[in-house]
Unconditional design. Structure first.
Length: 208
């Protein structure tokens, strides 16, 4: 992971969020405020503007500044959550222009820890964590098995997608959806879905 790939990933994530903003809005309208798609689209549009107008001291700086942008530009819970994740990823990466796969695995885990700490969510709570957790575990397993980045990223994206779909029957225990109680069951979680989009973006930009 170097500066060029980090920026390519975030640009691809912005494209994915924009393309699927209506889907995210529909999912969020069922169990939340209905603003998840619009909020993330606005936030990642601002991230792209930062990428376009900045020079970065190293690969970690890309994620730190992108995270800070999301925190400042996105309302609701998604801005602080995704912003904190990206900032944690950036801070966990070593200084310099690039990081190896083991470094990236540790950084993704740091991002998950930041999300879990900020939101107080655990697996099964019908949140971002239900997609992010499996994605990180799959990435770590792939790296430990000697996989290259394209394979590890593809595995993480598959795991995130599976995790997002698995939220459908769950009853939300965190966030606004938890106010609905049992009525939240039967709807795929929008945050888990956008998490899948972000990991799929990484898979797309690293695919051979």
């Amino acid at each position: 992971m170097d500066v060029a790939l980090a920026t390519a990933w975030l640009r691809a994530a912005a494209d994915a969020v924009t393309a699927d903003a209506d889907l995210l809005t529909r999912l969020d309208s069922a169990i939340g405020d209905g603003d998840h798609g619009a909020n993330l689209r606005r936030g990642f549009t601002a991230v792209v503007a930062v990428l376009d107008g900045s020079e970065f001291a190293g690969v970690g700086d890309v994620f730190v500044r992108a995270g800070a942008t999301l925190i400042s530009k996105v309302g609701g819970a998604s801005g602080p959550l995704y912003g904190s994740a990206l900032r944690a990823i950036g801070k966990a990466l070593p200084p310099g222009e690039s990081a190896d796969l083991a470094d990236l695995a540790r950084a993704l885990r740091a991002g998950l820890d930041a999300v879990s700490k900020l939101g107080g969510a655990a697996p099964g709570d019908k949140t971002i964590v239900d997609a992010y957790g499996p994605a990180v575990a799959a990435f770590e397993d792939a790296v430990a098995g000697g996989a290259a980045l394209p394979e590890a990223a593809a595995g993480a994206a598959r795991a995130a997608g599976d995790g997002a779909r698995a939220t459908t029957p769950l009853t939300a225990r965190k966030g606004r959806a938890s106010y609905l109680g049992e009525r939240s069951a039967g709807h795929q979680d929008p945050g888990a879905t956008s998490t899948w989009l972000l990991f799929q973006a990484l898979a797309d930009v690293t695919a051979p």
